[in-house]
Design a protein. Structure first.
Length: 123
């Protein structure tokens, strides 16, 4: 195994661990997320700065819009197939929509952060 491959995998969390569990992409310590969709200023363990590399603005619309379209199509298909009462649909989609959109944003932001950090040689 070349040195580059083993070095990339050692001590670093992957995209899923960073997005779901808030692990630092460099050292794997917890605390990468300050909120549901916002990175912390820096890692408490290794000091890696997240704030300057955090993706913000209109670029995240490229994630939210397709996810929203898919959720609307899923809601229409579910209504066509199952025909749940309105109160059940409100309860179901009131939970599913924020969860799916938040997870999609966290994965997209984590991927963009890791790509930017890798490009600058900080990982």
């Amino acid at each position: 195994m070349p040195d580059g491959d083993s070095q990339d995998a050692k001590g670093q969390s992957g995209l899923t661990a960073t997005a779901l569990f808030g692990l630092c992409p460099r050292c794997g310590a917890k605390g990468a997320w300050a909120g549901l969709g916002a990175f912390a200023e820096r890692c408490g363990a290794c000091g890696l700065e997240f704030a300057p590399h955090e993706p913000r603005g209109r670029g995240m619309y490229l994630v939210v819009l397709p996810v929203t379209v898919l959720l609307v199509l899923a809601a229409l298909k579910l209504d066509e197939v199952v025909q749940l009462p309105v109160w059940a649909l409100i309860a179901l989609w009131g939970v599913v929509v924020p969860l799916v959109v938040t997870l999609a944003l966290r994965f997209a932001k984590a991927a963009a952060l890791m790509a930017r950090l890798d490009k600058e040689g900080l990982l």
